[in-house]
Design a protein around this ligand. Structure first.
Ligand SMILES: *Cc1c(COP(=O)(O)O)cnc(C)c1O
Length: 356
């Protein structure tokens, strides 16, 4: 394994005073991790350095053609002082899935988990401790060849930055209102929907903007071909509880394989619930809502963990869900996932990794 050099900052920044006002992704810690890739040399020069601006050639390829991938994960400070990561191996495995799709050289997953542990350890005093807060970790890779031409980069940077965060949605665990998008699509099978790459989010901005103008928090995407099947919500996977079945769209190449999704399915099944991964049409959901069989809906993702859905709007049809309140399954999942993540509950699945 490569050695990781550490250069500590000589100008530590002031840490946020009021942890109840952290918001999401606006404050960054004192250090970042960087490693270079050069064709013929592989990934090299792994280092932790003071957080600061990058110097990029204006012709750097990522600025023109979007050859970029990223991940999103968190470090949590337990009440007993332990610092925990949640399934970091899954994030690095998914990063390599994204890398493969975007012609980015694969990373050494074990080494990158170690690098993240080291960075979090260096900046561990930045991990907030107030209820619901954590340190959001954003690994990303960009192609930086100074070349205006569409082809895979030969020179890349792998960077990890960290941000102390509070709740992702100002609503917190209160149910969000979701707008079913019928004009725009996010991704299609054969595209990049199963990867975390910048272009997918650029494609989503317009719909998100229009949903917000109508006072909705996020959009629910339908499939790009038939505009019929439910895909995911903004940056979350989505689950529906209809009768006694918990349904989430199957992974068919256009949605992200969320680690919170995967963990939720494993927990729900371990509790004896029937969880089905299958195609689910918006008509089926609307019918269940009309017949009083749509009991709960919720999004899952690292940023918000579990986000209950209190209302869906599809065209002119407004579907209130569980009277706009959080349902028992959403609450149980939230309590158990966050319980494991913050070290309050015993981690019987071996999902957490302690950062020393
Ligand atoms: C990150 C993300 C998710 C959630 O994945 P997690 O691993 O649970 O954080 C779902 N959908 C999209 C589009 C995402 O970007």
């Amino acid at each position: 394994m490569q050695e990781i050099k550490v250069e500590l900052t000589k100008h530590p920044k002031e840490k946020p005073q009021d942890q109840s006002k952290l918001g999401f992704g606006t404050i960054f810690t004192d250090h970042m991790f960087i490693m270079n890739y050069d064709k013929g040399q592989g990934w090299h020069d792994a280092r932790i350095v003071p957080y600061g601006p990058l110097s990029l050639d204006p012709a750097a390829m990522c600025l023109h053609y979007g050859q970029e991938v990223f991940e999103g994960m968190k470090a949590y400070k337990a009440a007993d002082g332990r610092v925990l990561l949640f399934r970091p191996d899954k994030n690095m495995a998914r990063l390599n899935v994204s890398n493969e799709r975007l012609c980015i050289p694969l990373i050494d997953e074990d080494f990158c988990v170690k690098a993240i542990e080291k960075l979090v350890s260096v900046d561990k005093d930045w991990i907030p401790t107030a209820e619901g807060t954590s340190l959001y970790i954003r690994p990303f890779i960009i192609g930086v060849d100074p070349h205006v031409g569409v082809h895979p980069a030969s020179h890349l940077l792998f960077i990890v930055i960290c941000s102390p965060v509070g709740a992702y949605y100002p609503e917190g665990l209160n149910p969000v209102r979701i707008y079913v998008e019928q004009n725009y699509v996010r991704a299609v099978r054969g595209g990049m929907g199963f990867t975390k790459t910048a272009g997918n989010y650029a494609a989503s901005l317009k719909a998100q903007d229009e949903a917000e103008k109508q006072n909705y928090t996020q959009v629910l995407w339908l499939d790009g071909v038939e505009r019929k099947y439910i895909e995911e919500v903004g940056t979350m996977n989505v689950f529906f509880v209809i009768d006694n079945e918990i349904i989430t769209p199957s992974l068919q190449g256009s949605i992200l394989s969320g680690i919170t999704r995967m963990s939720s399915i494993e927990l729900l099944r371990s509790w004896g619930y029937k969880v089905t991964e299958r195609q689910l049409s918006i008509e089926e959901v609307a019918k269940a809502a009309d017949e009083g069989r749509l009991n709960e809906a919720f999004g899952t993702g690292t940023a918000a963990v579990i986000s209950p859905i209190g209302e869906l709007k599809w065209g002119d049809k407004v579907m209130p869900i569980n009277n706009g309140e959080i349902g028992p399954i959403s609450q149980k999942l939230y309590d158990n996932l966050t319980g494991i993540q913050w070290g309050r509950l015993e981690d019987t699945h071996g999902w957490t990794v302690e950062v020393k």
